[in-house]
Design a protein around this ligand. Sequence first.
Ligand code: ZN
Ligand code: ZN
Ligand code: FE
Length: 759
Amino acid sequence: MKTDRRFIKVTGIVQGVGFRPFIYRIALEENLKGWVNNTSEGVLIDVEGTTEHLRTFQKRIQEQAPPFSQIEEVLSEPRPYLGYSAFRIEKSDRNEEAMTLISPDLAICPECEKEINDPHNTRCQYPFTNCTNCGPRFSIIKELPYDREMTTMGAFQMCEKCQAEYEDPLNRRFHAQPNACPKCGPRVWLTDSAGHRLDVQDPIKEVCIKLKEGAVIGFKGLGGFQLLCDATNPEAIKKLRERKKRTHKAFAVMMKDIKTVTNYCLVSDKEKEVLTGIQKPILLLDKKHTDLPEDIAPGQKRLGVMLPYTPLHHLVFQDTLDVLVVTSGNTSRLPMAYKNEEAIKQLAPIVDCFLLHDREIWLPVDDSVSRVILGKERLIRRARGYAPFTMKCEGIQDTLACGSHLKNTFSISMKERIFVGQHIGDLENLETYQYFESCVSHFKHLYQIKPGLIAYDLHPEYLSSMYAEKEEGRKIAIQHHHAHIASCMAEHGLNETVLGIAYDGTGYGTDGKIWGGEFFICNYEDFQRVGQLNDMLMPGGDAAIKEPWRMAVSQLYACSGENLRLPHTLGLTKAQRQGTIQMLKLQLNCPKTSSMGRLFDSVAGLLGLCNTISYEAEGAIALENISDLSDVGPYPYSIERLDSRYVINTQNVIQGILTDLEADTPISKIAGRFHTTVIHFTAQLACKIYDTYKISKVVLSGGVFQNEILLKAVYEVLTREGFEVYMHEKIPCNDGGISLGQLVIANHKNNKGDKTLCV
Ligand code: ZN
Ligand code: ZN
Ligand code: FE
């Protein structure tokens, strides 16, 4: 029989996901000799055997790779036959430059789940059970390469049995860095709210009892602390809301299993796939009419649901609990707590007790939030299970992109590879800013990167921009909405001029005004603002974002001046009314904005849906939730020409809404009609722009496109008009995507003329 030797290189996410043992196993099965090794370039395999076996082996690499690996490329070349006598796994070379792709944290796999439920297994009930296919990764890595001593699990010495599993290439736990068992691994314990240890036999059982009694538990999870309470207990939820000072914003829930989810929510096949997959995000689902307390997600049609994703979560559900509220363990907009002592300090006023453990979290990672729209999963918050996101991009240099102000993420690139970090949060306080700083330096340290190019937002006062100032390297400020569009282009590997539609809350424009309802003809290098929503005044500046009634008054004032009529839905004090009109009249502290978010706010304000918001986009969300779209046409609007661009004039829309309100039209109808109007003028303006520029690829981005009614309808209408429409999937359409856009644009601006292609 003919024998051959092949030298194979596999790149992608192939470390920390059970890749080498997989190779070892199939090499043995195919009777091949040689070795496999992890290197900075990827997994290298040198194999000898019969031609036939080698062919099958290479096929199997592609077809049977471990569930969470992501193969980018398999390169294979012939080499002269050497005559290896066995197949072995070589030790990874510590001195090699670390260019391995870090795997996100993985939800518990079915095999490990079986073990923790098996009374005859040594890992029965053990909350830190994991294997090469599951468990913590990103959140415990201190240094690269990914080896046990380089993670926070280095603090635990494996017992003989664990060590034997770890060393056996045919074992599921071969080189599973966080491998542990009850004898040698981390432990849980229970404390009171002040952190004093409680002497109980079974801390997890005790937590179940306390949850059923209505307690709020501070729970150390995979990537940080969570707050848990029984979601079927209205008193417990009320207590959590009061203590966390979270008045209206919806809580996410964790449900025991997929069967329970289908009892409470409508679940499509695609949604089921996402829920039960290996990443386990919080998925927004349509609620069924059930007896779950309304206070979990007040006024919302949807509920954020996830399934248990660690052994510890599974164990909490073993009793009779079915649904738990699970929310990030933080207070007053601070970053989520992730260290025991710090959590006790921050969360003591909220919890009744803590379930702590001694596996240290090195890098906090929040739960991800996702949604299925038009048959595709679309990320809203990219964190646990999804971060870091990695993509290859030719022609870019080592760059740091500092991201946006709200929903910050940063992106960093090295050797033509972009890493988008996890959701950091709103950079509105020192603590979150420090979290941002420490994440950036963690990444720089991991990969030993010194970015020569720094991209940041054009807004001069953002903390992220100030961070950029301090960095060494060439700095390039990027317009916010250009970054939005570019992030979606990069995600889809688009490399041509497109029509970008950015519907958004706030972004600093090149004219110093606040933008957010923009039509751009753009590529990565530059953009031309060819259309916009009419400028509106924001009486009180940022206060107009927090108090949608201000935008409502502003819009009425724009229509009728001082003699404006206020609809009955807008309950204002005389002082509020007069003060605001005065401000508008004198144009005092009234910045101009073309933001679609503010247009939604003004309508939510007019309808009396929310006078003051308690979380971002509350007005727009309320408006979407009540919308009745049945047989209503658009309100009148006009598209005018101003200088070289189109302006959508919405004055008549506001006028129409006022008339409807005065005629006692149900606000659900008005909200529906308003949506229809936005959909109409979006499509009409896109067509007008097409007439001039003949560009048929449309890219939709910006946080307003989290609105499902809008996204779906704009997609459908534009597709019908013959446009090719691109929407976000892996990268959030909100400000979580900004850093990726900044990174790509900065590179193009930096090396104009160079061809760059992202895939
Ligand atoms: Zn497992
Ligand atoms: Zn052990
Ligand atoms: Fe934005």
